[in-house]
Design a protein around this ligand. Sequence first.
Ligand code: BES
Ligand code: ZN
Length: 464
Amino acid sequence: MNENEQVERYLDENRQRFEQELYELLRIPSISTDNRRAKDVRRAAKWLRDHLQGLGLQTELIETTGHPVVYAESAPVAGAPTLLVYGHYDVQPAEPLDEWLSPPFEPSVREGNVYARGATDDKGQMLTHINSAEAWLRAAGGLPVQLKFFLEGEEEIGSENAMRVLEQRAEQLGCDAVVVSDSSQLGPDRPAITYALRGIAYYELLLTGPARDLHSGVFGGAVTNPANALAHLLAAMVDADGRIQLPGFYDDVLELSAEERRRFAEIGFDEPAFMERIGVSGLSGEAGYTTLERRWARPTFDVNGLWGGYQGEGSKTVLPARAAAKLSFRLVPDQRPEQISRALRTFVAERALPGIDWELVEHNMAPAVLVPLESAFLSAAARSVEAVFGTPPVFIREGGSIPIVAAFKQGLQADTLLLGWGLDDDNAHSPNEKLSLRDFHRGIRASAYLWQQASLISRSKTSG
Ligand code: BES
Ligand code: ZN
């Protein structure tokens, strides 16, 4: 039996255990945004650290001012490249809880899918690379490439601390390419490799008016209402054609080429099915672009939260003292979050109304990423995916953001392979999140194959 066959056999024999281990990790409610869950987040980090240590890797739990980073590395392999695997063990909150068919932190298998918060985003996808490494270590006596694992607990809140660790340890984390599975296939049995992600600029805008809530009959019409002012501001942000009105917003936008638009059109995106899946009766967006172009390659503005004034039952004639919104822009290459922040401040300042103070708090900031399509690692990944899924991957872009990916390019000069094993209807961030167990195992296989394919890329071709 050659090494590949030994690895294959090991994977076959350990399917059940890999699933059980995934369920163990899914039982830990590692919700990064919720401080009351900080102990659970740490428990997930330690679970991973112990697991990687058990495989014989050098491990370290890297403390930060927030949640820890789990680091592990295998032995260097002379002449073969080093790959950095990135993943995140934190999850989004599970609310609304009453919409889950089974409890979010009690994994439940139905029709070949495991349902739990974090199943696809990102515990299941992340584990595929750990399991494939195990197979090589145990069945073949070692990995054909050096692997470094960089697993963080703050992706869902912007990765600020992980980025700091990356800066401080650029040398230790040095690699020839990064591998991330935290995205999706194009659809069932339509594997994909993602070559672009959108960036993000996320803010909270707070408007303050009178010193206290006022009677809207006595004072309304003369005193500026912060909720009215906020509504005006937000409405002014996008025109009737869906164009964002911040000064200079489109200056750095990399336009889609005719060739890329043609490739998007060839993908055969089923718009009615898409609408049905998300339960909408119509779609809207920037004029002149298709739905795929709008989601993958155009910048957007969204209000993510909005409050102010009376929210209770019935009516209350109040002129609220405050109103606020959480808002975000999804960015495309080559927009810069700092430029967006400056433009937003100018935009708000220019529309300031008498009697209103405003405060703008910055949350998540990350530029978009665009991965070059012509790279030996990308070809190796495509071959690995095809070998396992039986069909070559489609090259797609996606609309979500993985904040640290741009920093890998900046800080490590490494491009990232975005190998998504999920599906866009996996309900990431929503109730009833799931992952197909068949795709979990196919992901493990493709990953195992990737290590072997990547080992054939000589280091001299990649460095310098
Ligand atoms: N896995 C997603 C990112 C993603 C989603 C990539 C869909 C490709 C397709 C990730 O966990 C995520 O949700 N990221 C956040 C980042 C934000 C909090 C800064 C996002 O995109 O909202
Ligand atoms: Zn997520």
